[in-house]
Design a protein around this ligand. Sequence first.
Ligand code: PLP
Length: 405
Amino acid sequence: MTLETLDRPTDFLALEAEYGARNYKPLDVVLTRGEGVHVWDVEGRRYLDCLSAYSAVNQGHCHPRILEAMTRQASRLTLTSRAFRNDQLGLFYEEFCALTRSHSVLPMNTGVEAVESAIKVARKWGYEVKGVAEGQAEIIVCADNFHGRTLSVVGFSTDPVSRSGFGPFGPGFKVVPFGDPAALEAAITPNTVAFLVEPIQGEAGVIIPPAGYLAKARELCTRHEVILILDEIQTGLGRTGRLLAEEHEGIEADLTLIGKALSGGFYPVSAVLSNKEVLGVLKPGEHGSTFGGNPLGCAVARMALRVLVEEGMIDNAAVQGERLTRGLRDLRSNLVKDVRGRGLMIAVELHEAAGGARAYCVALQARGLLCKETHDHTIRIAPPLVITTDQTDWALEQFEAVLAG
Ligand SMILES: *Cc1c(COP(=O)(O)O)cnc(C)c1O
């Protein structure tokens, strides 16, 4: 079968079911085009995208300026490997560091590669700078974390679905409750090299820690000579109404992990940003990636960062996020247990009696709004940051219709 002979959505579902690994359970909507906040299915129906590919398309689908940067670079030079230099990498470094006030950058591709890279660097720093005995480095992580899908990362997940059946896992990680600075302090030993945490736990259901938590974690890490690694792969780049979520507590991480929207959804680009000289422990040959730092990725990321700032998307996320959150709180619905959010990273948690969030996502789909349940009872709402007031109000009308009762 070719695309031309596939006409009904069920044909596409059948192909996926026949040939694909079954590691996802998507909504049955087959998308073929996107522009701004909207996507269209193969039958021409338009939807408002309230997931944004888990915040990878913060800049909106197929942003014209990023598309232009990508096609221009793709027709010039795509990949050199790091065996040679290219004329985009240095500019990407300079612009990204200036924007985030960082000292240096390690470019990778997917988010989880940034996480893995930070773990490697933190351990090496622990042995070479902090003086931890070889093989003894400990990294503290939080319960209900999500940092990606590689073996070492699922090895310190507390989600049985992500973890079960994939062991054995490597040692060196300690789990503490999220949002509890006393538990963090109690877990720190002389062998602790890093604390890895999401500023807001996205996959766990948009869990916002108590005010002051990150500031306290910053203070503890500084006092005990522990590297604070903030995973801003989902919270970063405007999603919470600030460039980085750390700004809400006026702190700076030692290592910041960025991915997803770093390429506006065009291409996998991730990075470790370093405030201290932590990245300096890496010497030639000790870490790398064939595609990391390639000119195509760098050109795309440079423009993805530029449009985020120049087109006012970060402030718009704050304004529309507040409007959407307030509107959702004002819905008088017996089904809703909690509405929480920061910027355009929002969750509506339903009471168990509502019977699960999936059915409401399906009902929203029928009304032209796409979002995805997280766990069983929570609807996650994260539209592209280019959403307008009219579109926000339209989305609210759909939520009101579906959650009435
Ligand atoms: C998506 C995500 C990752 C993993 O990114 P991939 O590109 O899927 O590897 C890591 N951490 C957080 C917080 C994420 O949201």
